[in-house]
Structure formats: C-alpha cells, structure tokens
Design a protein around this ligand. Structure first.
Ligand code: HEC
Length: 300
C-alpha cells in the first residue's frame, strides 16, 4: 500500500507532467545541447560560424563539423538536386532542430540568415522553416564537403555547408503579382545568423499606409534582392551596393529598369544576374517599393 505522502508525490508528478506538456511551455527556450560545442575562434574552414543570442551570453561562435555530425541527423533523397542536375541523398540537420540545440525558440530567432563565403545571404523566415524542413546538409551521397565541388549551373563552390528543403512546393498564398516563391537553396554557407524579424526585416518594411503595389513590390524585393543587397547589418553584402543605394537608383526609371532586366547592358562586367523574366507590373512594383521606402531610425 503506498503511503499518503507517496500518493501525493505521485499526484504532483502527474500534475507537473500535465503542466509541462501545455502548449504555452513551447515558448520557453529549449535546452542548449550545443552549448559545450561553441568555440570562440575558427579552427577549421569546415567549422560553422553562428551568430545570435547564444548560450553562455555569447553572440558569435564556431561549431566544429564533428559536433554537428554527432547530433541526431535526418537522411532524405532528392530526385533532382538543383546544383548537380542529378539525384542526391542528403544527411543533415533541420534548421529548426539546430536552432533548438542552440537553446533558441522560434520566438528568440524567428528569422535565420544563411550567409555564404561570398557574402550572399539568404533569409529563412520562420513561416518558411515551418512549412518546409530546410536541412543544413552535412553529407551528400555519404560524402563530406571536401568532395562537393562546384554548382554545375553557377560554378560557385558548394562547401562548407548547403541548405535545401526536399519537401518544398511553392505556397499559393506566397504568389505575388503572378510570381511564385522559389526554393531557397544557398550553398557555400559558412555562417548562420539567428535573428528576429523585428531587428531585421521589419526595418525595411513599408507602413500600412503604403500603396498596395509598393507592398507587393516589397515582398518580391525582400525575396529576390536582399540576398545580395543588404541593409545595415542584415542581408547580403556581395554586391557592395546596399539597399538604400538601390532606393536611390529607383528614382531613375530608365537606369533602374534597364539595370534589373539586363545589368550587362548598363555595366558590361556586372556580376548581377539578369532578371529578364520580370513582367512590367513587377518592375513597377519594385520601383514603387523602393521609392516609398523610408527607413526608420529604429533601435535594433
Ligand atoms: C546574386 C546577387 C544579386 C541579386 C540577387 C540582385 N543583385 Fe543587384 N547587383 C548585384 C551586383 C553584384 C551589383 C553590382 C554590379 C557589379 O559590380 O558586378 C548589382 C547592382 C545593382 C544595381 C546598380 C547599382 C549601381 O550602383 O549602379 C541595381 C539598381 C540593382 N542591382 C538592383 C537589384 C534589384 C532590384 C534586385 C532584385 C530584383 C537585385 N539587384 C538583385 C548583385 C545582385
């Protein structure tokens, strides 16, 4: 016969378990199992650099590849890898799991930026991460990054990390002016920044009073331009032309439109890809967005 005290303890235990599984608990930060893996400096080109509100009060650290390989990994097959134009089997870790292993909840970091060796930076907002399981790929066909070579299309290096979701399907709700969202698959990723929307993307968003066309342009600009034309401390710096410089050019209709559609017609050695499939209304929307943008001097 259990004593009254034992019964009480059991009840408290059950009550605690019930409480622990309430949905509200998910808002608290998870256990940072990677806390002990964080190093202050890079020891290998294959270390993953991370930035954000990290365990131990750190804001920047490096994780050795071996420590990532020791985490629970996911294996998925892709019938057609876009960088190889061939099937591939990936082994890696979902970005949402990695975020948890760093002790961060979706609220602590509701946007993750994958920053590449050439300073291209692709943003992964939480809604995208929740819709598709973007993997931080550690192995392709059982092999590490030293064997990955170049993307066969753009001839850029694949190592040290590659991010891709095999279950991607463009969401109808994300189609803007007939332009669907596309798969985000940065490669040559060397750093992940765990940030908040409020401290980043919200700073280049138009107010509710902006024109509908400009707001449609905003969605397309963030998705298609920010990776190379960053603003302040987020987005890519590979172009060396920041967001507000694009805004300046947006007041020159002829230059802006010619440049976006066919950069080499303006600057013969431009490294910007031609956006030659943009409908005129999309160009109008992009231009309207940049013209209406007033970047608020908000604290981060
Ligand atoms: C893959 C990277 C990349 C993307 C994506 C990209 N750009 Fe660029 N862009 C560049 C680079 C690089 C340059 C500078 C040209 C150079 O030096 O090669 C540039 C230059 C420009 C310029 C001219 C700036 C100047 O000072 O003359 C404009 C305007 C521009 N981009 C607009 C856009 C817009 C609008 C988008 C989105 C629809 C976009 N870019 C997307 C890489 C990119």
């Amino acid at each position: 016969m259990p004593s009254l005290a034992q019964l009480l303890l059991r009840c408290i235990g059950i009550a605690y378990l019930a409480f622990a599984s309430l949905p509200g608990r998910a808002a608290t930060s998870p256990t940072p199992v990677l806390g002990s893996a964080l190093q202050a400096s890079r020891t290998s080109p294959h270390d993953l650099e991370v930035g954000g509100p990290l365990p131990g009060g750190l804001t920047r650290a490096f994780i050795p590849r071996e420590r990532l390989l020791a985490l629970p990994l996911t294996t998925v097959t892709n019938a057609m890898d876009p960088t190889r134009k061939a099937p591939a089997v990936y082994r890696g870790i979902p970005l949402t799991d990695l975020r948890s292993h760093l002790g961060l909840s979706a609220r602590d970091a509701d946007v993750v930026f994958g920053v590449c060796v050439d300073n291209y930076s692709k943003e992964f907002p939480n809604d995208y991460l929740e819709a598709f399981r973007s993997l931080l790929i550690l192995e392709i066909d059982g092999k590490g990054p030293e064997t990955w070579g170049l993307n066969v299309i753009n001839k850029l290096p694949m190592a040290p990390y590659y991010i891709l979701a095999t279950d991607f399907a463009a969401r109808p709700s994300e189609t803007v002016l007939g332009r669907p969202e596309s798969l985000r698959y940065p490669h040559g990723v060397a750093r992940l920044e765990f940030r908040t929307d409020a401290a980043t993307l919200a700073r280049i968003r138009l107010p509710g009073t902006a024109s509908p066309l400009a707001r449609q342009g905003q969605a397309i600009a963030v998705r298609e331009c920010l990776a190379c034309h960053g603003h302040d401390d987020f987005g890519g710096t590979m172009s060396g032309r920041p967001w507000l410089l694009i805004k300046t050019w947006a007041s020159n209709t002829n230059y802006f439109r010619r440049y976006v559609v066919n950069p080499r017609s303006v600057q013969p050695n431009s490294r910007m890809p031609a956006f030659n499939d943009l409908e005129p209304v999309v160009l109008d929307a992009l231009q309207a967005y940049f013209r209406e943008l007033r970047v608020a001097d908000r604290p981060r």
